[in-house]
Design a protein around this ligand. Structure first.
Ligand code: PEP
Ligand code: MG
Length: 567
């Protein structure tokens, strides 16, 4: 009998991944469950014993402090925790599990503690319920200690893995990129969340917004169909064969479609098509595929790659390598944009009030450090500096003043840099859309960030899949906003590139072209497809279409009208 089952979700990153599940638990205390090689069990046992030892020292320190406090009895709970650490039923069973089942320490801890929780729950005893809470606390501490001990967390795996979790923070995905992660599936998130964007830039097929993933355990074989938005659990051999064939086709299509000729519409109008990247390593593949330019390099992922403050020299070297790899193509470095979904992946990270340029203005030491690194690297190619999430002219003026100060300082210390590095602004807040003409004389170019623009215009969280039908670029308010931005900047002499995900959807890109925008930037994975899409579009017809849809009132009808016109 077949165990194969299909679970539907939402497409977040296209492509097909075949692998075995690795479950990710509580996003604030990520741990991974996986099988280890038999030879590695001794290392896992040692990791586990170290974490027990670390817990013991932490608890003894805590005990000492509490005993000296005004309420010495408060140290009693620590005694209970220390007893658990000495409990053979707990500690030795975890060691046995690691050895007998060849699994990592985290998985063994979860299994043994899970069995004990169940036993406590069955006994309906208040005293034992308290013991359960103590146990939960110790487990949390152990998992945390294991994690901080080896922050890269997953060692080189001997099989392709599919990450499965309620949510997976973008930084975690990044940490795992050198492990054999083939794809990911999550319960929360949407195609516009940063986790999905990172998945696309790492070329990892992803499905998000899956209702319930609790039936999937670590080790289960699965297929992720990121192009159709579903996963297949425990696939039959015939399904596996079919999908292996599809992955081979996928690789050859990618090889075929990277282009060198300029991108033009069917009626011969030149469209600039650039690529968005999120990691410095992507510069190599962008260069190999001869991308015209990098319309957006989201630098925050590389900036916060290591915990703590990055080094100016390391960043300078990294930015120089990116510029050299892509020379003579221009590269748009967006300064750090820390957003609400940056830390946790579920929207509970930093505050909206401190996002993007505001974060940089509040943390000027970091901002100056990045600007110094950027400017020092600038002579290695064609750099553009882009300021994210700008909403007031005052903030923009402050940023421009800081850039000028950093330049003066570099000159004083005899550092050479490109004095004419263009500085631009992301139009991604309603305030920037309304005032971009006032910003134009102060800057050299603009990028239109439709991901945030739509979310703040329509008041729909871009990561909230449950409201995805309300988040639409075809809303008349968005069309009017785009038309207004185009009109305000039309004669400003400041080029505008659309770099939000809207540019990577055929129908939405058709609207952008029809409204007059001639420069788009999309993820590396969408680039070949969008070249083909643009080549099949007739700009004359799109202009007429834009005139028509500007008079329509229903997002659904507008979208249908556009899709039926472009075919
Ligand atoms: C945008 O908001 O459209 C954008 C490109 O920036 P990000 O997706 O990084 O917020
Ligand atoms: Mg944005």
């Amino acid at each position: 009998m077949s165990d194969e089952r299909i679970i539907r979700g939402v497409m977040a990153s296209s492509g097909i991944a075949i692998g075995r599940a690795i479950r990710i638990f509580d996003p604030s205390n990520i741990s991974y469950n996986f099988q280890v090689e038999v030879d590695d069990t001794a290392r896992e046992v040692a990791r586990f014993r170290e974490s027990v030892e670390k817990c013991r020292k932490q608890l003894e320190r805590m005990q000492g402090e509490l005993r000296g406090s005004s309420i010495p009895e408060s140290s009693y709970f620590v005694d209970a925790h220390l007893l658990i650490l000495k409990d053979k039923l707990f500690v030795d069973r975890i060691v046995d599990k690691i050895q007998a089942e060849a699994i990592n320490a985290e998985w063994a801890i979860q299994q043994v503690s899970g069995e004990l929780y169940e036993a406590y729950d069955r006994l309906h005893d208040d005293y034992l319920r308290e013991r359960r809470i103590d146990l939960e606390d110790i487990v949390r501490r152990m998992l945390h200690n294991l994690r901080s001990k080896s922050s890269s967390t997953v060692p080189a795996l001997s099989y392709d893995a599919v990450l499965v979790g309620r949510s997976i923070p973008p930084s975690t995905l990044f940490e795992l990129r050198s492990a054999r992660v083939a794809g990911l599936v999550t319960e929360t998130g949407s195609p516009l969340s940063h986790t999905s964007i990172v998945a696309r830039s790492l070329g990892l097929p992803a499905v998000v917004g899956i209702h319930d993933l609790s039936g999937i355990s670590s080790g289960d074989p699965m297929i992720v169909n990121g192009s159709r938005g579903f996963v297949i659990c425990d696939p039959d051999p015939s399904t596996l064969k079919e999908y292996r064939q599809k992955t081979r086709q996928q690789r050859s299509t990618l090889r075929r479609s990277s282009g060198t000729a300029p991108c033009t519409t069917q009626d011969g109008v030149r469209i600039s098509l650039g690529a968005n990247i999120n990691f410095c390593e992507e510069a190599q593949s962008a260069a190999a595929n001869r991308m015209e330019f990098i319309g957006l390099y989201r630098t925050e992922f590389d900036f916060f790659r290591e915990d703590g403050k990055p080094s100016e020299d390391d960043l300078t070297a990294q930015y120089s390598r990116v510029l050299q790899a892509l020379r003579p193509a221009p590269v748009t470095f967006r300064t750090v944009d820390v957003g609400p979904d940056w830390k946790s992946g579920d929207g509970t990270g930093s505050s909206l009030a401190s996002r993007g340029l505001r974060f940089s203005l509040e943390n000027q030491d970091l901002f100056k450090l990045q600007l110094r690194a950027l400017l020092r690297a600038s002579r290695n190619g064609r750099m553009r500096i882009l300021l994210p999430f700008v909403s007031t002219i005052d903030d923009l003026d402050a940023a421009i003043e800081i850039i000028a100060g950093v330049k003066r300082d570099l000159a004083r210390h005899h550092h050479r840099y490109d004095r004419d590095v263009p500085v631009g602004v992301m139009i991604e807040t309603p305030a920037a859309a309304q005032t971009c003409d006032l910003m134009a004389p102060r800057v050299d170019f603009f990028c239109l960030g439709t991901n945030d623009l739509i979310q703040y215009y329509l008041v729909i969280d871009r990561s909230d899949q449950s409201a995805a039908q309300l988040y639409t670029p075809f809303h008349p308010a968005i069309l009017r906003c785009l038309h207004q931005v185009y009109t305000l900047l039309q004669y400003s002499g400041r080029p505008v590139t659309v770099c939000g995900e809207m540019a990577a959807d055929a129908a939405a890109a058709a609207v952008l072209l029809g409204l007059g925008f001639t420069s788009l930037s999309v993820s590396l994975s969408a680039y070949p497809r969008m070249r083909e899409t643009i080549a099949a579009l007739n700009l004359g017809k799109l202009r007429e279409l834009a005139g028509e849809i500007m008079k329509m009132d229903s997002p659904k009808n507008i979208e249908e009208r556009v899709r039926s016109t472009i075919g």
